[in-house]
Design a protein around this ligand. Structure first.
Ligand code: ATP
Ligand code: HSE
Length: 325
């Protein structure tokens, strides 16, 4: 469940009075999502999403995230548009939490990823990167390569309870990743989503080929290597339930990405190393949550070991061709 902060009808109506959004018709809590409280709103003006930002989001970073979303939408990307109140301010407060209303995006995220989803996903990722080029405010990646050693330290005491030998394996992987990581300044960087998993990409599939209808959840977005975002997607979209890497999905994703933003020879060569790093990033954050989440806490834990086999796969990749690049 992801409605941590309850909002009464009266409080919501008073909050909405500061927006040019007409009268409230209906509202309901959305169960999906784990970070924030989300409500679907219907007003006489249309459909919206109300988000109350919970403790895992640093409130001082919200203007950067909302500013990025406004910027991307202004450049034609289908992303939630933060709606400003009558005073021009989008970031407000409700029930003691920072809060914002964004436009509602149509479509559903794919519960089972098919190869036909991966081309449109690659295209949307490239469009996001291109649209972000003139958003110049920098937000360093708090979960980037420099954070992985300290994160591994914080998992060291309890990580073995998840799988014997895990920490020694991750020590070796991290050493390999750091040794092969692209040197600063050698690859293009820009604004990346950094968490573009299937549950953050909506599609419309009205009988024909799936079309991306929107990208959501920009709260891990940051300034980092553009090709690292591609690596996150190869991890999240291109493995099958039997743990095999689906090179057809990877080729579709990369073909449609490159058709809009061609990967340089250096980016292509670095992709296996970036994929290995991205696998470690999601393994570590999941492992940290796994061993540190008290029973009954309102955070849904995800399986860290799903990323161990992905990590092993990318560690053994013989070159960009072996991952479809
Ligand atoms: N702009 C939007 N339009 C339509 N539906 C949305 C929108 N934003 C969020 N939702 C709905 O709310 C759900 C949860 O949103 P989101 O993934 O952003 O939650 P979160 O808790 O902030 O993040 P996380 O996925 O990291 O837990 C989505 O799966 C989707 O159903
Ligand atoms: N997408 C992340 C969680 C939310 O950011 C994961 O699957 O570990």
């Amino acid at each position: 469940m992801a409605v941590y902060t309850e909002v009464s009808d009266e409080a919501l109506c008073a909050f909405l009075a500061d927006y040019p959004l007409g009268e409230l018709r209906a509202f309901r809590g959305i169960a999906e999502g784990v970070e924030n409280s989300n409500y679907a709103l219907k007003t006489t003006e249309g459909d919206y999403i109300l988000t109350l930002y919970e403790k895992r989001v640093d409130p001082t970073e919200l203007p950067w995230f909302l500013g990025l979303m406004q910027h991307l939408v202004a450049r034609g990307l289908s992303a939630p548009m933060p709606v400003a109140g009558r005073d021009g301010v989008a970031l407000r407060e409700l029930a003691g939490r920072p809060a914002a209303i964004c436009t509602f995006l149509p479509g559903v995220w794919p519960r089972r990823v098919r190869p036909e989803h991966c081309g449109p996903l690659g295209a949307a990722l490239a469009e996001l990167h291109l649209a972000g080029t003139d958003y110049t405010a920098v937000r360093p990646n708090g979960l980037g390569v420099a954070s992985w050693a300290p994160l591994l330290e914080r998992c060291r005491a309890d990580g073995e309870s998840v799988q014997a030998g895990l920490i020694a394996e991750l020590d070796a992987e991290l050493a390999g990743i750091l040794a092969g990581w692209p040197k600063a300044g050698t690859l293009p960087s820009g604004q990346i989503h950094a968490d573009l998993f299937p549950d953050n990409v909506f599609f419309l599939e009205d009988g024909g080929a799936p079309r991306v209808s929107g990208l959501i959840d920009f709260y891990f977005a940051c300034t980092d290597l553009l090709a690292y975002d591609v690596a996150v997607c190869l991890n999240a979209w291109c493995f099958e339930p039997d743990r095999s890497f689906n090179v057809t999905k990877a080729r579709s994703l990369l073909r449609e990405y490159s058709a809009r933003r061609p990967l340089s020879a250096e980016e292509r060569a670095a992709l296996p190393a970036l994929c290995r790093g991205a696998a470690l990033r999601f393994l570590l954050t999941r492992l940290y949550d796994w061993v540190n989440t008290p029973k009954g806490a309102m955070v849904t834990r995800k399986d860290p070991l799903e990323y161990l086999y992905k990590l092993r796969f990318f560690a053994q990749a013989t070159g960009p061709e072996s991952i479809g690049a």
